[in-house]
Design a protein around this ligand. Structure first.
Ligand SMILES: Nc1ncnc2c1ncn2[C@@H]1O[C@H](COP(=O)(O)OP(=O)(O)OP(=O)(O)O)[C@@H](O)[C@H]1O
Ligand SMILES: [Mg+2]
Length: 254
């Protein structure tokens, strides 16, 4: 299964995709996590130690070769993983999209194209899951980076601008032809907030894949520099994220 996690800035994309990746790996899946944010920080949520961040490999921009049929990867995904991935706790493999090292270095079009081909090359086998954590803009959808994903989950907070961003991203994902598209309600503090998301979703004919409560574990874990799952595996958000991961990313047989 190949999933793209999208949503407005700060909605919880990285917290949810990183925690889903770990939980899917624990339930027996082979997980490839791709940090597609030009300001990457998925490693921390996966539980990769901060000391390893400085020498973390990033995907170089010369992994594509032009052909008449369009750009293709110059190496197999296995080779790319061998040379550029980092393996974190529970065996999750992480690939990080190159990010601008200096100001005024131009656009990241070639990186988006590279990530698109990597997702295309990722295995479709039942045990394999590929999770793309995207940046806050709709770039991954408008550039088609996520076009080879099977599923797009738009993480939304229970306020209008966030919901509206999720709706727009869901429409783009539908345009790209993704098979399954849904909202994930995050940071839900009470019934009233949950109702607001349900009403919005019903009005726009959108599915809600999960409702994840407000959980201070995420910010406490971040401050402590460790993964939320390692900080408090019993915190209230973990179980709904586990069910979300199994229902939308898992094969139910792992
Ligand atoms: N369920 C939750 N309850 C409380 N806080 C949360 C929850 N989910 C995420 N957070 C907090 O919200 C903030 C943003 O989370 P995160 O970095 O995962 O969002 P993001 O969508 O990936 O952000 P960005 O757009 O910057 O990539 C973090 O401080 C995180 O700890
Ligand atoms: Mg993020």
């Amino acid at each position: 299964m190949k999933l793209a996690i999208a949503g407005k800035g700060g909605s919880g994309k990285t917290s949810i995709s990183g925690t889903m990746a770990r939980l899917l790996a624990r339930s027996g899946h082979r997980v490839l996590a791709i940090d597609g944010d030009s300001n990457p920080n998925l490693a921390l949520t996966l539980g990769i130690a901060a000391e390893r961040m400085s020498d973390m490999p990033v995907l170089p921009s010369n992994l594509l070769r032009r052909t008449e049929a369009g750009p293709v990867l110059t190496h197999s995904l296995e080779e790319i993983k061998t040379s550029h991935s980092v393996t974190g706790p529970d065996g999750v493999e992480l690939l990080v999209m190159a990010h601008p090292q200096h100001a005024d270095t131009g656009c990241l079009c070639s990186m988006h194209a590279t990530v698109r081909r990597i997702i295309e090359a990722a295995s479709d086998e039942d045990r394999d899951v590929c999770i793309l954590d995207t940046e806050a803009s709709p770039e991954h959808l408008s550039r088609g980076t996520a076009s080879y994903a099977d599923v797009m989950l738009a993480v939304v907070e229970p306020y209008f601008k966030s919901l509206e961003t999720g709706r727009r991203m869901a429409a783009l994902a539908n345009d790209l032809g993704l098979e399954r598209v849904a909202l994930v309600a995050n940071k839900i503090r009470d019934e009233r907030e949950l109702d607001a998301v349900h009403t919005f979703a019903a009005n726009h004919d959108l599915e809600i894949a999960a409702a994840i409560p407000w959980d201070e574990t995420f910010s406490l874990a971040e401050r402590a520099g460790i993964a939320p799952l390692d900080y408090n595996p019993d915190s209230p958000a973990i179980e709904p994220i586990r069910i979300l991961a199994e229902n939308w990313g898992g094969n139910g047989r792992a």
